[in-house]
Design a binder for this molecule. Structure first.
Ligand SMILES: [Zn+2]
Length: 381
């Protein structure tokens, strides 16, 4: 009986716009009197001044701690210690998806409220009631689920536009996957990350995210290259953060994210952003679905123009490196992975075949469309 319950969850408040960071104090005040801010030194360098002014205006003290770089169990436990020893009653992540994932997990364990002020629109992390925990080397370890979503998600669009465009591009990759995965979850009537079957609302938001991105991603990326906030930029920030955030959580994940998680088992991929790897997962999911060739071609063309990887080569894996492909496929198809929300059975062999087939086909599509050939990715570290 419980299997038939449909569920939708969301953050308590979502605020987005140019200069929104100036309202951080005002929105935090109802949540607590002693906030603890977590931001790395780079982020704090460009946003600390405005955050301090905003909190002072709301009569809140400023206590900032650094973030260690990877949302690992160890970093989460360290942050729990910081929260507990500081006596904070609300913890605020300021930065990207890694900071946010670590702070959500730490806030939950410390028993305080939590809020997110993403400074980039690169992942689905800000709105959800779950964190992705990685090993200290950057390998996917586990999803952690929490009983509540963040109390507040506040996005300053100017900060997002000031960040390198690569962050927004990665966010587009993460958000395009949302509809492909929600559509698959809806077809199979599988449970979502929200702990129930998908609602019409969750599925519809995932589809809206897709539509908004096909129309606005390219003009938005161009605007952000000049640090400009245009209506297209606002729409893409909302698609990447709110629509995709609610859409993946309450609409469901399927093959694309499972393949992303599989890719993290190969060290060569570790320097890439989450959304870059997710995009290859989306291409692989379309192949697994036996997608209409025109749909597959359009997706590869569009995401290549956006600036996302569409081949194994571009995420650091040679397509003839059978061991690496096998490692990715095995991890992606492990029991309990969201790939089993696809409306048909998927085995590691299926994933390996799909992945191995991509490079040759994507290269041909790109050649025919006069798009650049895939350039091999080499990890920076
Ligand atoms: Zn994601």
């Amino acid at each position: 009986m419980a299997q038939s319950i449909r569920t939708m969850i969301s953050p308590g408040r979502y605020a987005q716009g140019k200069g929104a960071i100036h309202q951080l104090g005002r929105h935090l005040a109802p949540l607590g009197s002693t906030p603890l801010l977590v931001a790395d030194d780079v982020v704090w360098g460009f946003v600390g001044h405005d955050v301090e002014a905003s909190l002072a205006e709301a009569g809140l003290p400023v206590d900032r701690r650094a973030f260690g770089g990877v949302p690992s169990s160890k970093e989460v436990d360290r942050l729990v210690g910081e929260i507990t020893s500081s006596g904070a009653d609300v913890v605020v992540a300021i930065g990207g998806g890694s900071t946010i994932d670590a702070v959500k997990a730490a806030g939950h364990l410390a028993g305080v409220r939590w809020a997110n002020a993403p400074t980039v629109a690169s992942t689905d992390a800000p709105c959800s009631a779950l964190s992705v925990i990685y090993t200290e080397d950057g390998e996917f370890e586990a999803y952690r689920f929490f009983p509540r979503n963040p109390d507040l998600v506040l996005v300053d669009s100017q900060l997002v536009a000031n960040a390198p465009a690569e962050f927004l591009i990665a966010g587009v990759g993460d958000a395009l996957a949302t509809w492909l995965e929600a559509r698959a979850t809806s077809r199979s009537n599988s449970p979502t990350m929200a702990g129930g079957l998908p609602t019409l609302a969750g599925t519809a938001l995932a589809q809206l995210s897709w539509d908004v991105l096909w129309e606005n991603a390219l003009p938005a990326i161009d605007a952000v290259r000049d640090s400009q906030v245009t209506p297209a930029v606002e729409k893409v920030i909302e698609a990447n953060t709110l629509l995709s955030g609610l859409g993946f959580e309450s609409g469901g994940l399927a093959a694309a994210h499972a393949i992303h998680n599989g890719l993290t088992s190969v060290a060569a991929t570790h320097g890439l952003a989450h959304g870059q790897k997710v995009n290859l997962g989306s291409v692989a999911q379309l192949v697994l679905e036996g997608a209409n060739p025109a749909d597959l071609r359009e997706f590869i063309e569009f995401t290549t123009i956006v600036g996302l990887p569409t081949t194994l080569t571009e995420v650091g894996i040679r397509p003839d490196d059978a061991d690496s492909v096998r490692a990715v496929a095995t991890a992606a198809a492990v029991e309990g992975e969201t790939i089993h929300s696809m409306p048909f059975e998927v085995t590691a062999d299926d994933v390996a075949a799909a992945l191995t087939s991509i490079d040759r086909h994507a290269t041909r599509i790109r050649e025919n469309a006069n798009l650049p050939a895939p350039a091999p990715y080499t990890a920076k570290h």
